[in-house]
Design a protein around this ligand. Structure first.
Ligand code: HEM
Length: 421
């Protein structure tokens, strides 16, 4: 595991022991290491497991500032080779191919134009109208294991729900959705590594989406892809390539994140009995407002996105007294910012009654999560239904046995074995 070198710049004394980053222990519980960084080296050049060096930004105020700073670009520019190492949030097997020209990888003015176009199709109204479908999907998935008394909730619940939901919304016909589930499984299993399976999965997905978009252009329906094709802005329309890249990023950005929201959220509730009792009461009473604000706190406490996607300085940027050089990669650690005591009262306490919860779990600034309304809907319905229908849900394994995926950008469990009566 890579560790940060002792003696923070500017200090003569060696300082306290620097925690190891990115090892197994860190993957299980990164929060003590983040507390150390926030306190001693809030903007710190750090060697990542891939060997790439990046600036880690861990305090809330700095994180928010960095996310809004237009000098921190999504375009790696001349440092692209270095940045394509392990842990890059890009899509293995897709280097330079057209699926990569999506929102998370581009700057204004292209970003502004594409985001405006997709916002015409991916509307809050569409998401709200989707709620009955999410409920139906959630119940169907729980029905499949409810009689058995045990389940791996990642495999049987958290994983399939978001992929079926986004497929439905996009307009992928029901008979093709299991292919998507399998491709997504390949991508998540090998996440980040340029291994054969991922490249093949992406290639299949790309081929499928291109054909689907072509079909929807000829025969539009009442789905998101048809609306993406229809969307136009000052006479401009999405090209077929742009529409395919957009459909792909909706799948890619909206899938593993939501898996982890359900997985991490369930685990946090199971580990905090009083909070869980509170959540369960809200679920039984159908108090959607309370469930919604609880999900926000679950996101703050142990969110799906540990670090925001890569940014690169286009000119020297000063942050918390550090000078970030031109071309330097920057990783904003959302998980650390959301536990900053300078922003949150008792940040290490899970408190579902917390209000005015301005966490950074969905990012901030122009790249703020486009899918947040859908993620909120899925989180509220999935967790609310799960704890209402299986009120005596328990962890099957000792929580010390739980294994985390250990990627750089995402934080989530490999499996979550539970039992219930
Ligand atoms: C962007 C978090 C679910 C689509 C982001 C970003 C974060 C985030 C932190 C900003 C990344 C950055 O600035 O580097 C989450 C979380 C989710 C979730 C925690 C679930 C709990 C979804 C869903 C969708 C989605 C369900 C779509 C169906 C997107 C898109 C972007 C994005 C398209 C890029 C926006 C842009 O660059 O303008 N998300 N997301 N996300 N998210 Fe989400």
């Amino acid at each position: 595991p890579a560790s940060v070198r002792p003696s923070p710049p500017g200090s003569e004394s060696p300082g306290p022991e620097v925690p190891a980053l990115f090892g197994w222990e860190f993957a299980t519980d990164p929060y003590p290491a983040y507390a150390w960084l926030r306190q001693h080296a809030p903007v710190r050049r750090t060697e990542l497991p891939s060997g790439v060096e990046a600036w880690l930004v861990t305090r809330y105020a700095d994180a928010r500032q960095a996310l809004a700073d237009q000098r921190l670009s999504k375009n790696p520019g001349r440092h692209s080779e270095q940045a394509h190492g392990k842990g890059k949030v890009g899509i293995p097997g897709e280097r330079g191919a057209n699926l990569m020209t999506h929102l998370l990888n581009i700057d204004p003015p292209d970003h502004t134009r594409l985001r405006r176009l997709v916002s015409q199709a991916f509307t809050p109204r569409r998401v709200a109208a989707f709620e009955p479908r999410v409920r139906e999907l959630t119940d169907r998935l729980i029905d499949a294991f409810a009689e058995r008394g045990e389940s791996d909730l990642i495999h049987e619940f958290a994983f399939p729900l978001p992929i079926y939901a986004i497929c439905d919304m996009l307009g992928v016909p029901a008979q093709d959705q299991d292919d998507f589930r399998d491709w997504a499984a390949m991508m998540i299993r090998h996440g980040g590594g340029p291994r054969g399976g991922v490249g093949r999965a992406v290639k299949k997905m790309r081929g499928y989406l291109a054909e689907l978009i072509h079909r929807k252009r000829l025969e539009p329906g009442d789905d998101l892809i048809s609306d993406l094709i229809r969307a136009s802005d000052h006479g401009e329309q999405l090209s077929e390539n742009e529409a395919a890249a957009m459909a792909f990023i909706l799948l890619f950005a909206g899938f593993e994140t939501t898996v982890n929201l359900i997985g991490n959220g369930t685990l946090a509730l199971l580990r905090h009995p009083a909070q869980r009792a509170r959540f369960q009461r809200a679920a039984e009473a159908g108090d959607e407002g309370e469930l919604g604000s609880s999900v926000e706190e679950l996101l703050r406490y142990d969110g799906p996105v540990e670090m925001a996607t890569w940014r690169f300085a286009t000119e020297p940027v000063e942050l918390a007294g550090q000078r970030i050089g031109t071309g330097d990669p920057v990783l904003v650690v959302l998980a650390a910012a959301d536990r900053d005591p300078a922003k949150f009262n008792q940040p290490d306490v899970l408190d579902l009654a917390r209000r005015d919860n301005q966490h950074l779990g969905y990012g901030h600034g122009i790249h703020y999560c486009l899918g947040a309304p859908l993620a909120r809907l899925e989180g509220r319905v999935a967790l609310g239904t799960l704890f209402r229908r299986l009120p005596d849900l328990q962890l099957a394994a000792d929580t010390g046995d739980l294994r985390w995926r250990g990627g750089l950008i995402m934080r989530g469990l490999r499996s979550l074995p539970v039992t219930f009566a």
